[in-house]
Design a protein around this ligand. Structure first.
Ligand code: SAM
Length: 270
């Protein structure tokens, strides 16, 4: 998200000091003290202007929300929304996601949200994608075993890249959909980007990735166990084929009834 520096940025940031965490390193291992309770902590990375995180904080008062965003001109708008709504269960951190392990202890986070993360289209920029292996490794360090990453995007190349990345990093994939707004997922809170893309009719891709700490187990699961083929929910498959961990999924058996639209690729479960 490119934006010109906002006028009066510094005073606007200061006005949001009730929700702005200026020294996040100080809370490492003790974020619950900031919230003053033991409620689960959910973290959004790349919150943009904050429609999602403030919407979630209103909807779920018993969850503690944190939002990371590296662009100050943008995070200030998210913080202003939270201040205006007088939310007490959300705080904002203006850092680069590369620093997550400096500010969170092992297992401190129960869920991570990645919404419309920048796709960084060029191959040489792949390391900047928030679902790149390097980022997934850092998420594993801060997530509880059994914790989730909820990921949604409008960008099918980014989605395909991410499916591969999660599978290769031994996350278990659940509730994959290629058209979120036509799926039976009822818990959706829209982001600014999501509103914009869905208004022009673009499908939204979504998945949930579960982090399971396999350390204690004798064997890692087979890679195919991690892809819940019976849960693929959408009729509009955007890919000619999906390649996950170098396995081509144009060969997956069709689930449920075939429709013309689906072109004999994974179809709606009936
Ligand atoms: C395409 S925007 C999406 C914003 C919002 N999530 C939405 O859906 O409307 C991506 C956001 O992620 C932020 N971002 C990208 N990489 C980041 C990183 N490494 N650390 C923190 N924020 C990042 C960008 O600054 C930008 O605001």
């Amino acid at each position: 998200m490119r934006m010109r520096k906002k006028k009066n940025l510094a005073p606007r940031m200061e006005k949001c000091e009730s929700v702005w965490v200026k020294n996040p390193q100080e809370y490492k291992g003790g974020w619950k003290h900031l919230f003053g309770n033991d409620n689960p902590i959910h973290l959004e990375i790349g919150c943009g202007k904050g429609a999602f995180i403030t919407g979630m904080a209103k909807k779920y008062p018993n969850i503690n929300f944190l939002a990371v965003e590296k662009v100050e001109d943008v995070i200030v708008m998210a913080m202003e929304k939270a201040v205006e709504s007088e939310l007490k269960n959300v705080y904002f951190i203006d850092i680069n996601a590369e620093e997550l392990t400096d500010i969170f202890a092992e297992g401190e986070i129960e869920r991570i949200y990645l919404n419309f993360s920048d796709p960084w289209k060029k191959k040489k920029q792949a390391k900047r994608r928030l679902t790149h292996k390097n980022f997934l490794d850092s998420y594993k360090k801060i997530l509880k075993s059994g914790g989730y990453i909820w990921f949604k995007t409008d960008n099918k190349d980014m989605f395909e890249f991410s499916l591969n990345s999660f599978a290769e990093e031994n996350f278990k994939l659940e509730n994959i959909t290629f058209d979120l707004h036509s799926s039976d997922f009822k818990d959706n809170v829209m982001t600014e980007y999501e509103r914009r893309f869905s208004e022009v009719g673009m499908p939204i891709y979504r998945l949930e990735a579960v982090y399971l700490d396999w350390k204690d187990k004798r064997e890692k699961p087979n890679i195919l166990d991690k892809l819940p083929l019976d849960k693929i929910q959408s009729v509009k498959l955007p890919f000619d084929k999906i390649s996950i961990n170098k396995i081509s999924f144009d060969k997956i058996p069709v689930i449920g009834k075939k429709t013309e639209k689906t072109n004999n690729v994974p179809a709606l479960k009936e």
